[in-house]
Design a protein around this ligand. Sequence first.
Ligand code: 5AD
Ligand code: SF4
Length: 459
Amino acid sequence: MSETVSTSQSLGQKRLHIKTYGCQMNVYDSERMADVLRPLGYVMSDAPEDADLVLLNTCHIREKAAEKVYSEIGRLKEMREDKEARGGGRMTIAVAGCVAQAEGAEIMNRAPAVDLVVGPQAYHQLPELIARTTRARGERLMADFAADEKFDKLPVEREVSGPTAFLTVQEGCDKFCTFCVVPYTRGAEWSRPVAQIMDEARRLADKGVREITLLGQNVNAFNGADKSGAESTLSRLIEALAGINGLDRIRYTTSHPNDMGDDLIQAHADIPQLMPYLHLPVQSGSNKILRAMNRKHTRESYIELIARIKAANPDIAMSGDFIVGFPDETDKDFEDTMDLIRQVEYASAFSFKYSKRPGTPAAAMPGQVDDKVADERLKALQALIIEQQQAFKAGLIGRTIDVLFDKRGRHNEQGIGRSPWLHSVFAEDAAHLIGQIVPVKIVALGNNSLQGELIKELV
Ligand code: 5AD
Ligand code: SF4
């Protein structure tokens, strides 16, 4: 380990530490920021205390997520002082992501330790911005946040870290749910051109990626231009991607119920590479709350939509997002949400206590719910989801399912892989199968995982 460090130092390489908060798109963005900075000699490091550049890729979706950034900046400031005192050179601190976009000026005022603030549309400008901050020490920069041809300017080469990868195909959101900051931090809906996505996917497949997850804040609203300049759809994009040699699994997230077109539903019946797992947030099961949230769908239309999806592919497992404690949510409204969950039966779900976000319409709504009440509702909802999650997993015991092995476990040549429904699957003597999709018999349930056995005659 120390040898690697001294080699990198002798080559004049610099250490980059990236801390990623929030959603999968931030994970993708962090990887791409590393790609942008690699040609400048930056190598990734797990140790912030020794880093020459620390990038915080931030999330603004809930208040807690945003506040974490300021406490992390405080810790980094101390690390920077220690590093300089050790003669380790200066540490540049940069804040990227949605907090940077939403509160850029505030960060600069509130956190003088920050050298650079860069929004999600300006990553490709990082080399120039970093050069300017390090050259003119003391000059603090805020990148211009205008949406730009970011993807055209990112390097085409990506470093991959295993057989699975994210691929952003769409950004932004035009839905304006009344609780959500995304339309303000990520801007209007915008889709990448099909050819550019196909090129990135082919390169990933050439590097051994077997499973890609297409990302977008509203991914099923994808309408990127095809070769002739006409608008494509997500289902057509998936069909084209399924033709790439080696890409055996395709997923997409996150979707809005109103953009779930018949063609996309049919794709779940027709395209074997499309995994039988769908993250389709509903947020609430109460029509009154859905209206106040400006979701533009009802509980009935959501339930009917899921029936159509399950009719197209009965193997499909549902996932969702829920918010409890939205302004004016009564016990009855919450019970409607619990009832919807019982009807749909989720294989997994994410649930959150409503967080008041400045500038969003819901922040000014009357009837803000007492924190304790919201806590209790969240606990009850999560207990129900865990019950359903366990029931889904229990139904897999005794079944043989395809597992994509993607990393080593702790012992006995153990391998860890992914089920078609995104469970972690552990199997002994499977470490040599990383990168392969292999049938595994499920024998037991772990806490957050499944225990499987390889079928001996097949490996
Ligand atoms: N408070 C709580 N949860 C929120 N989400 C978005 N905004 C808020 C908020 N203000 C949740 C939604 C969304 C997920 C990404 O985060 O459930 O689908
Ligand atoms: Fe936010 Fe999703 Fe609503 Fe868009 S559709 S405003 S990203 S919750």
